[in-house]
Design a protein around this ligand. Structure first.
Ligand code: 2AM
Length: 199
């Protein structure tokens, strides 16, 4: 079972509250681009999360918040959100399948995650295209390289061994611009706009 909801301090040590304190008052919005799983994939990720939680504890990502980050923008002024959306309009994602077959753990930030042993070249290319479009529009984002993963648990202990988990086939049909809104129970992720992929 999930132990407790995700708290409002993320794995990067940033308190959501401080970063988007003004989000409800016309201040900057905390934004990122992400892939959001459909219901079926979300349920399978939640299963992985429970299995991993049994071996390494930690704070599970709330099921409705599960996502794969493509580019993290951080604080963006309200007036620039339209530019962010226009930059994303320039990229054309292809529909492709990502197979999550590899649970992983990062010691440095105590995160347990779901990853893929093979990332389709099309996904890497799409992320590069999206980030170039943002850069061309002078929209800042975290420049750390893209590592395809879905964060399942934060503050987790290093597991002695990973549980055996059935691979998850995730058909990537589009992407979304997501706003992180801090709320008393933790961050809530709201989709501001989404884009469909081409088959
Ligand atoms: P994650 O992708 O490893 O889960 C919202 O904060 C999401 O953006 C989180 O899921 C987080 O990590 C991701 N993210 C990527 N870079 C970030 C950064 N520099 N600061 C905060 N969150 C970041």
């Amino acid at each position: 079972m999930h132990a407790s909801p995700e708290a409002s301090v993320d794995d990067h040590g940033l308190a959501d509250g401080s970063l988007c304190a003004g989000a409800h008052k016309g201040g900057p919005l905390r934004l990122f681009f992400a892939l959001r799983p459909d219901e079926g994939v979300r349920a399978q990720l939640a299963h992985w999360s429970r299995e991993l939680h049994a071996v390494c504890g930690g704070r599970p990502t709330r099921e409705e918040n599960l996502h794969l980050t493509l580019a993290f923008l951080g604080n963006v002024e309200d007036a620039r959100v339209a530019e962010v959306e226009r930059a994303a309009d320039e990229v054309a994602p292809r529909v492709l399948t990502l197979v999550l077959d590899r649970p992983g753990y990062w010691k440095h930030n105590r995160i347990a995650w779901a990853g893929a042993s093979t990332v389709p070249a099309g996904l890497d290319a799409f992320v590069a295209e999206l980030r170039s479009a943002l850069a061309r529009s002078y929209i800042g984002f975290d420049p750390k390289g893209f590592v395809s993963h879905v964060t399942l648990l934060r503050d987790a202990r290093e597991p002695k061994a990973m549980p055996a988990l059935a691979p998850i086939e995730w058909r990537l049909a589009g992407f979304a611009l997501v706003q992180s809104v801090s709320s008393p129970g933790g961050s809530r992720y709201e989709i501001r706009k989404s884009w469909q992929g081409r088959a």
